[in-house]
Design a protein around this ligand. Sequence first.
Ligand SMILES: [Zn+2]
Length: 297
Amino acid sequence: MRRTAGVLVMEHIAVGLVEGNKVVGPLRMVREKADSPNALHSMPADKIAESIRQQLESLAGEQIHAIGLGFPGVIRDGIVEDSPNLQQIKGFNLQASLTGALKLDGKDVPVRVFNDADAMAAGIAATRGKLGKLNRVWTLGNGIGFGRFPWSEGVWEGGHSVVTLDPKENFCGCGGRGHLEGILGYRSMRMRFLDMEPEEVFANAKTGDTRCADFVTRCHRALAAATATSIHMEGPGPFYLTGPTAKFIDIGLLGRFVHEMVKMSPLQGSPFEIIPPNDELGVIGAAVNAERAALSA
Ligand SMILES: [Zn+2]
């Protein structure tokens, strides 16, 4: 069976060997400091590429046909055109820097770079036998990622959907006003509530703190609004929520808000599901997308 290498760069780097929509052997993880969730923020672009390259080279000797990589940001032709939460890599040609990391029969193994949320969407679709359907994913953390499977050429920066016209909403990492990430992004929440951590905001909302409860409602409305826009553009279907802060979301409340926002009968029926943070799914998805791209090339 064909084997593909999958790489997921989210808060850290995970590398694995994928065969038949499963990870074979151990996932290899790179963290600058084991306990730092934001280690990549302080790592220069070429060092990130070098870390990935070293992990890939440890797979040398395996019969690998393609390398797939999921990376946060706007990715085009292997170049990271922008990555608001890893600014140092803006404009970096990740595909070129990894080409030659592995060889098969003396030839370079092709490298394909995808958006990290697209890799998650592919991994979820592949492991649930839903490769024939439209699957969408919100990845919730410092950044808000939007991913879809099947992979499709485009920008898909759904986390920067405008969900409010209030000009005072300016906490988004990209600098744009009124964005979903400016409300629901972890770093944006910390900037809004300088006196408490996001975990405390969500806990206090449950015990009746009005300011916190209002904000939690607003978070759910914001995510519902961006989801409703996606449904109005591409139709209904399952939405998966994953990433470190997906645990804050009440999918019952989210579903009710989406129902208030999407009323046309052919657009009904978009279930939500929370998927706990899982590197394997992203590694599998990056490999699945690379394999599909290699087959269609
Ligand atoms: Zn933004």
